[in-house]
Design a protein around this ligand. Structure first.
Ligand SMILES: Cc1ncc(COP(=O)(O)O)c(C=O)c1O
Length: 394
């Protein structure tokens, strides 16, 4: 029997304040408020207080941008591929939110590539049929050259995932998946991976730690495209890997040192500034997503709405096929026709316009990334664009 995860299976169904953050920061500039607080902080508080300089007279409120490749010998930083103040402050926040130790990379794909580099020659990796395109393509490339053996699963078919874990080295999950919005039963899948002796990695880009904390469900590694909701303003590329096990966290960091995917101090500053409002942005965008997806279900241009009930990303399939989808994207005025997701501005695109997108993604599927605009304006604009697709047909 196939069992899909219900919203109750993961912590994303709980209100934001139920998730608390108890990992203490190791802020380079000294102990921040988050360190000094004995009781666990709620994420809304943690994103604001963590990764700050100590409260000493004339200290800046914000962690300064430190544009340095090298540091005076004798301290813990040494060289910026290893550690750097601006990256360190951001890692404190991301690590604390997820409940582990974070390493930031120059993009989500740099983080994903570093995770792939951890596995031994010939490792068996179980992965979603429609993972993020870049991840899916890279895994297929590694399979083609014999570096790994790839087993493809539908992540919402828990028994299939459990079966596929037998003899595997890594279970690579995305939940919800991009762009089909399939939701995995994280605890059951992670348990199956561990029972098989495999590592469980969860790409948490879509849910964000505000709605889902995979490390708490036992995952070994969490992956983020920080480019998306964590930074939230579509102005930088960045990735992160987070792990609870210190030895694994060290191995991850050594991938950044050896593969070179370090971040710039300025981008870390921007990402840190963006993450301060993560809780507010997710709450607003999720509220709009819930309202608009309900209305979309009744629109004649839409044959299917994919929205798992939480999060800021949805997808629709069009009764008029790919041409109607392209027309709708062209007619949107408040929504922007552009790739990517998780920013303050709402974006939409037909995913199959990308040649490398998985063929399991319907040709007419439009992915919707909800920003923080008013839900009624988003609905008015989107429904007008959908109406236009009905009128013109192309
Ligand atoms: C779920 C997911 N993981 C990873 C990535 C890769 O991140 P980046 O574009 O920052 O390299 C993306 C990008 O869209 C994504 O959506």
């Amino acid at each position: 029997m196939l069992t899909a995860a219900t919203p109750e299976d993961n912590c994303h169904s709980k209100p934001l304040h139920v998730l608390t953050v108890s990992v203490h920061c190791d802020c380079h500039y000294g102990r921040s408020v988050a360190d000094e607080t004995t009781s666990p902080l709620r994420p809304e508080t943690f994103v604001v207080t963590a990764g700050r300089p100590p409260r000493t007279p004339d200290a800046p409120l914000n962690t300064p941008i430190v544009p340095a490749s090298s540091f005076i010998a004798g301290g813990p930083m040494e060289y910026a591929r290893e550690d750097a103040p601006s990256a360190h402050a951001l890692e404190d926040v991301i690590g604390g939110l997820e409940g582990g130790s974070a390493t930031v990379f120059s993009s989500g794909m740099a983080a994903a590539g570093a995770a792939m580099d951890l596995v031994p020659q010939g490792a068996v990796i179980v992965a979603p049929s429609a993972a993020y395109t870049g991840v899916a393509v890279r895994l297929r490339e590694l399979h083609a050259i014999g570096r790994i053996e790839l087993r493809i699963v539908e992540v919402d078919r828990t028994p299939d995932v459990i079966d596929a874990c037998s003899g595997a080295h890594v279970l690579w999950l995305e939940s919800p998946t991009n762009p089909l919005l399939q939701v995995a039963d994280l605890p059951a899948c992670i348990d199956a991976a561990h029972a098989a002796g495999a590592l469980a990695l969860v790409d948490n880009t879509f849910a964000t730690p505000m709605l889902q904390r995979p490390l708490r469900d036992g995952a070994d590694i969490v992956l983020h495209s920080v480019t998306k909701a964590l930074s939230g303003h579509s102005d930088l590329l960045m990735g992160a890997l987070v792990a609870t096990d210190p030895e694994l966290a060290d191995r991850i960091r050594s991938r950044r040192v050896l593969l070179g995917g370090a971040t710039s101090a300025f981008d870390c500053y921007l990402a840190l500034r963006g993450i301060r409002t993560l809780a507010l942005r997710i709450e607003q965008a999720q509220a709009s997503a819930r309202v608009v997806t309900e209305r979309l279900r009744a629109h004649p241009a839409v044959s299917r709405v994919r929205y798992p009930g939480f999060g800021t990303i949805a997808a629709i399939e069009m009764t008029g096929g790919p041409d109607a989808a392209d027309t709708a994207c062209r007619h949107a005025r408040i929504w922007t026709h552009a790739t990517s997701l998780g920013g303050v501005e709402s974006l939409l695109e037909r995913r199959r316009r990308w040649a490398l997108e998985s063929t399991t993604v319907p040709e007419s599927l439009i992915r919707l990334s909800f920003g923080i605009e008013h839900a009624d304006d988003l609905w008015a604009d989107l429904s007008a664009a959908l109406d236009a697709s009905l009128l013109t047909g192309s």
